[in-house]
Write a protein that binds this ligand. Sequence first.
Ligand code: ZN
Ligand code: CA
Length: 369
Amino acid sequence: MINKERILDNFLGYVQMESESRNEENFSKVIRKELQDLGFEVYVDEAGKKAGSNTGNIIAKLKGTKDAEPILFSSHMDTVVPGKKIKPVIKDGVIYSDGTTILGGDDKAGVAAIIEAVKTMKENNIAHGPIEIVFSICEEVGLLGAKNLEYDKIEAKTAFVLDSGGEPGQIIIKAPAQDKIEVTVIGKSAHAGVAPEEGISAIQVAASAINRMKLLRIDEETTANIGMIEGGKATNIVCPEVKITAEARSLSNEKLDRQTAHMVACFKEAAKEFGVEVEINTPRSYGALNVDENDPIVNIAKKACEAIDVTPFTAASGGGSDTNILNENGIKAVNLGIGMKKCHTLEEHISIQDLENGARLVLSIIQTV
Ligand code: ZN
Ligand code: CA
C-alpha cells in the first residue's frame, strides 16, 4: 500500500531543505502545509523562544474516523551539522550524502515515514482513531523542543517516536538518564619559581579529586566520564583555576543520583584537604526512559511489527532522545528503529527499503490501536 516512489521523492526533498538545529522554520513551513492538506489541525507552539530557534514544535491533530484512544507519532525536524546544501546520492538502494555533509535521515526518515503513512491511510480510507503528531525542534541540542513542548495541547497518552538507528522492529524501552557535572576549582596563583609555597595549584586539587573517583564503567547500567579539563596559562604560574566538565549516565535515576553525588563528594573532599573553594553544578540533562517490557505500548508495537512481517525486539539505548522527555511528562513513549545508519557522520545513510518499512510500521500501528 505504501507508495515507495512517493516516500523516496519526499525524503530526498526533505533532506535538501536545510534545518540545522534552531533553523527549522523553512522545513517546518513545508511540513505544516502537507499536514494541513491532509486534514490536520496544525499548531506551532512557543518552544522556539525558549530554545533559541526561529520556529516552534509542530503539534498536529487529526480527528478519528472510529472510536479509539488518541495516539501520538513524533520525529524531530532539526539535524546536526554540517547539514547545509545536502546532495543525496543513491547507490544500490541506499541513500547517502555526497560525503561533504550529513544526510539528515536523522530524523527526516521519521518525518517522511509518518507523512507517507497518513497519506496512504487517507487514500485507502483506512479507519483510524484520533492521530496526533509532534515534529519537534532542537532535539540535537539538548532535547530543547521536547523539553519546552506545550504538553497541555496534547491529548494522547501513548506515543511512538521514530528516531532510533536500529533495524525496523527494534523497540527502545530503556535509555539512560544523564547528568552534566561542571566544576570550577579555585586555587591560588603564585610565581612557581620564586614563591611556589604561596600558591595552591588548582590542577593538583583537580588531580587529587579525580584520582579518588570511580569513573568509566561503574556497573552494567551506569557510566561516568571526565570529558574536559581546562586551565593554566604558563609553567611559571601556580595554576589558580581549572574547569572540569564531566558526565554520568545510568538507566536508573537512583544510581545516577548516587554516582553524581560521589563525583561531587570527591571534588569537595579534595578541595577541603587543599583548603580551596570549588563551584559545582550538576544539571540533569534528562531522566531515564524505563518502559516495562509488558506495558501495553510494547504490545502494540510488537503486534504492529508482526502484522507487516517484521520481527519485533526490545532494546536499551545508550543515549537520550525526545522519548525520555515525553515519558517524564506523562506520555508513555517508546523509540522505534527506522534503520538510519552512522548518524551524525558524513557516512550517514539509510536504505530505501527501511524508509518504506518505517512508513509501513506507522500505518500498521494506526491499524493495530
Ligand atoms: Zn535523531
Ligand atoms: Ca541524532
